[in-house]
Design a protein around this ligand. Structure first.
Ligand SMILES: NC(=O)c1ccc[n+]([C@@H]2O[C@H](COP(=O)([O-])OP(=O)(O)OC[C@H]3O[C@@H](n4cnc5c(N)ncnc54)[C@H](O)[C@@H]3O)[C@@H](O)[C@H]2O)c1
Ligand SMILES: [Zn+2]
Ligand SMILES: [Zn+2]
Length: 391
């Protein structure tokens, strides 16, 4: 089959690889009908996350039709079913799964020892996302083996298009979880850094969950425009001071809730000198991330507020203002998304017409064009916001 394969830093190719086969009774194989490129894939593109190996198949936002089912799926899935595959692989039986903490599944990471060594504990296996999280082949491919397929799926009705359903795999529940973790009250201002696909979903979620005011921060006009269309007040951080504007919008008190939908790869600019410092430290291998947004959120957030962090961080960060966080009594909530904790509710909302996540798609191309689209998405060429690939 054809698949997008990681060969090294900024080297992704569409290769012919071996078709996946059932390896465990709980596996299923799907024929992929649509898949997408995520901001998280850019961290792999930049080789920022350790433990990728040449030959690894990328992709963790995937849907398709079930073509083969292992005997262990016990009637939960059958040939012909149309499913979205959550990016977190989960067993449904361990203590973490029983609590709904699917991204912390204790069973699904087949390279647990490696993960335990690095993080102190294992976390769930993820599709197409480094050997720290299992080294499972991803879904930017014609076919995908789904491990623990009896639990790791979201069935979708034929009434929804691929475009409406695909983002249940990741960015929709990710934006939703980020907003839910803010315990939004009707009097709250929710400030969201980053208007990429995750930020866009967080904006719609915060609006749906009844925030008084949602503010969106980025520097790309087309993304700020999409944020405004979703009900947010835009701030362009290259044109004005984020701190002053947020204070102005909240009678000098600061937003109660702050969401970091940027993560480790904050823009490097002279307007934000700490990012230059982080970049230099990254080059000297003294720091993993550029946590500018964390610093800004800790400074501007109202005392007693919540910092919700869906943005991915990779390792060790410098100059995290624990003094601000501690003295202002801020709560930090973060994590890879517990996708299936939210998807029944979100699927219902899509079916009811409350939400249509397809608004975020700007490019739909063949799988063969995937390598080129990694660049277009990374460089924000052609006003690119979200790429869907069709194998
Ligand atoms: N927690 C999870 O389970 C989960 C799931 C999916 C994605 N993610 C992460 O969420 C983050 C966003 O993903 P995405 O797909 O939207 O990526 P993206 O790269 O398309 O978007 C990031 C946006 O942040 C903006 N940005 C950069 N620096 C900024 C700054 N200082 N202030 C404000 N905005 C800034 C960029 O211009 C860009 O629009 C990534 O870190 C990704 O890895 C996490
Ligand atoms: Zn993702
Ligand atoms: Zn589990």
């Amino acid at each position: 089959m054809r698949a997008l394969v990681w060969h090294g830093k900024e080297d992704i190719r569409c290769d012919t690889v071996t078709d996946p086969e059932i390896q465990d009774p709980r596996d299923a194989i799907i024929k992929v009908t649509s898949c997408a490129i995520c901001g998280s894939d850019l961290h792999l593109f930049h080789n920022m996350i350790p433990a990728m190996l040449p030959g690894d198949i990328l992709g963790h936002e995937t849907m398709g039709e079930v073509v083969e089912v292992g005997k262990g799926c016990k009637g939960k899935l059958k040939k012909g079913d149309r499913i979205v595959v959550p990016f977190t692989i989960f067993c449904g039986e361990c203590e973490q799964c029983r609590r709904g903490n699917y991204s912390c599944c204790e069973t699904s990471n087949r390279k647990k020892e490696l993960c335990e060594k690095v993080f102190g504990h294992t976390v769930a296996g993820l599709f197409g996302y480094t050997h720290l999280t299992g080294g499972y082949p991803g879904g930017q491919a014609e076919y995908l083996r789904v491990p623990f397929a009896d639990t790791t799926h979201i069935k979708v009705p034929d009434s929804l298009t691929d475009e409406q359903a695909l983002f249940l795999s990741d960015i929709l529940p990710t934006g939703w979880q980020a907003a839910v973790q803010c315990d939004i009250e009707p009097t709250d201002t929710v400030a969201i850094w980053g208007c990429g696909p995750v930020g866009q979903m967080a904006i719609r979620s915060a609006v749906l969950l009844g925030a008084k005011q949602v503010v969106a921060i980025d520097c790309l006009p087309e993304r700020l425009g999409m944020a405004e269309a979703g009900g947010a007040i835009p701030i362009n951080f290259l044109e004005e001071s984020v701190i002053s504007r947020l204070n102005e919008l909240t009678d000098g008190k600061g937003p109660e809730k702050c969401i970091d939908a940027v993560g480790s790869e904050s823009h490097v600019s002279f307007a934000q000198p700490d990012t230059l410092f982080d970049r230099a430290k990254q080059l000297m291998l003294l720091e993993n991330d550029r946590p500018h947004v964390l610093r800004e959120m800790a400074y501007v957030c109202r005392p007693g507020g919540i910092l919700s962090i869906p943005g991915v961080y990779l390792g060790l960060d410098d100059k995290i203002p624990m003094g601000h966080i501690m003295n202002k009594g801020l709560t930090i909530r973060t994590g890879q998304t517990h996708v299936n904790r939210w998807t029944d509710d979100l699927l219902q909302r899509i079916e009811d017409g409350q939400l249509d996540p397809s608004f975020v798609i700007t490019h739909t191309v063949d799988l063969e064009d995937g390598p080129e689209m990694y660049r277009v998405f990374r460089d924000k060429q052609d006003s690119c916001i979200k790429v869907v690939l069709r194998p």
